[in-house]
Write a protein that binds this ligand. Sequence first.
Ligand code: NAD
Length: 302
Amino acid sequence: MAAKLIKGTEIREKILEEIEAEVAEIKEKHGVVPGLVTILVGENPASISYVTLKIKTAHRVGFHEIQDTQSEDLSEEALLALIDKYNKDDAIHGILVQLPLPKQINEKKVLNAIDPDKDVDGFHPVNVGRLMIGGDEVKFPPCTPAGIQEMIVRAGVETKGAEVVVVGRSNIVGKPIANMMLQKGVGANSTVTVVHTGTKELAGHCQRADILIVAAGVPGLVKPEWIKPGACVIDVGVNRIGEKISEKTGKKIAILSGDVDFDAAKEIAGYITPVPGGVGPMTITMLMKNTLKSVKFRLGIN
Ligand code: NAD
């Protein structure tokens, strides 16, 4: 039986429509427009294309969007002063600093300078702590893990009591999604195992998973025989495995692959996310959701 596809592209549209409607209501009732600032230092092409998509999405949902582009030679002191300015600006509800930063700037110092109540990326240690505590403490779950959880819930997959196996222990995907899935509450309450490069029996752990979340960055790591029949497989991996000419634009584009052998896995799994078009589109979507949350926290309307 072929698995049901969980398409991030479709779920994104639904969530953005929901956000757009809430933004319109907040504007009407409270006269407040959500403000999101993106600080980009330098001209990294990947960062520019990601930031461009963020801006487009922010405009679509009706946010006040500020794109603050700074030169490659910006000093750390100047960037910290800029963050301080936005921390104090009441029209701004979310602050994003696009990574990577040039080498003269200490990333950790910069991320820690963002007001935790405007840290819509959810990477500030205060927000990592809030996520760990769970429940009402959580303000801004990091965007990719939040997108993964949203996909599982919207696909109607039962998480309560489910065996969840997470492949990868990064601070941006593996650790936070594992933490989120073990909390009490809707879309979680699972029994969670995290596997990584130090794990002895990778296959054996994966074979137990009702929900298998793979974020390793290794194309084809998860073999079809590692998948339990009927399992929900969330493939977070985005790996460039070659180049091709786009039929639409005639330009060279990357050929992307996930961490799971998709063609074989879809014949065994119950649910599966494609790459591209799976988890990828969810990250910016959840960033918009976190910015909306920030406004609601400020207005006390949660
Ligand atoms: P990372 O390199 O920081 O972490 C990868 C983790 O996988 C590590 O903890 C490592 O221990 C584990 N791992 C690597 N090889 C392994 C192996 N052979 N066996 C077992 N474990 C192994 O990567 P990351 O930032 O967490 O990203 C993981 C993947 O997800 C990448 O392909 C990245 O591009 C993708 N990603 C996608 C999105 C998105 O779609 N929005 C967001 C973030 C990351």
